[in-house]
Design a protein around this ligand. Structure first.
Ligand code: 6PG
Length: 249
């Protein structure tokens, strides 16, 4: 159920991720009115821009008007703050689509009106987001942190065990900013497909742990174990020495 697709070149990673997204989009839209996907922060925005927008052949195949975009995690900062995952998606994808006068996807952000400096409404922000989240996402696009975290689910954190909430807030993220909301495992387990993007030699040590036979309990390893069809798109530097069989998409 877990496949790893590796390429020497970063442009090939972006192009292959885009082709994978298009394949799932087409399968979903053959029988549903909308394509529901979640995106993450980190370098994913840049990969999406490169693969989906700057590549004309791929771009022509995207039915942006039928996309519903959610966030697998969000930092609890204003949407125009440099730490906002929406802000990053806006900069990388939405603003580029606007500049090209292309149709925009429907994007579901946190309710910014609930943001308080003291964090007093953070639980409500998570609850409100759980109400707009569909029961099942067609695709969740994830990154892998150097510590093995994904979404805002960090190694050893109690939220790894959360089963009753679909969206939880975290007040003590080990990576700044500390206040965030995140998908929990029930959302990841309900998805139709999951895709990780991880690039650079700096990822090889954590990928070695994630893909080794010994159980590390790292969040990314737990995602691999969900049984949801999961594709990793990596560059060869990220999987150098990692005990995994790679192929091309
Ligand atoms: O919220 C965060 O702290 C980041 O968004 C983080 O989760 C990121 O997705 C990973 O660290 C992967 O980062 P790269 O995609 O840059 O490798």
């Amino acid at each position: 159920m877990v496949k790893v697709f590796a390429y020497d070149d970063s442009a090939d990673v972006a192009n292959s991720v885009a082709q994978y997204i298009i394949k799932i989009q087409d399968e979903v839209l053959a029988s549903a009115p909308t394509f529901k996907l979640a995106v993450s922060g980190g370098s994913l925005g840049k990969v999406l821009k490169r693969g989906l927008i700057e590549n004309d052949e791929n771009q022509a195949k995207i039915q942006w008007g039928k996309w519903e975009v959610y966030f697998s995690d969000e930092r609890l900062v204003p949407l125009d703050h440099e730490d906002s995952n929406y802000g990053l998606f806006n900069e990388m994808v939405l603003s580029t689509l606007k500049a090209k006068a292309l149709t925009l996807p429907k994007v579901y952000t946190i309710d910014e009106s609930l943001l308080k400096e003291d964090g007093s409404k953070d639980v409500e922000i998570a609850e409100a987001y759980s109400k707009i989240l569909p029961a099942k996402l067609d695709l969740i696009l994830l990154g892998c942190g150097p510590d093995g975290h994904t979404c805002s689910l960090f190694p050893g954190h109690e939220l790894l065990k959360e089963r009753s909430k679909t969206i939880a807030n975290i007040t003590n993220s080990p990576k700044p900013p500390p206040r965030r909301i995140t998908f929990t495992f029930p959302v990841l387990e309900a998805a139709s497909s999951i895709c990780f993007v991880a690039e650079g030699a700096g990822k090889a040590p954590i990928l070695t742990q994630i893909f080794s036979e010994a159980k590390s309990g790292l969040p990314c390893e737990l995602v691999n174990a969900t049984g949801v069809p999961t594709a990793w798109f990596v560059d060869t530097a990220a999987v150098k020495g990692v005990p995994v069989t790679v192929s091309k998409f």
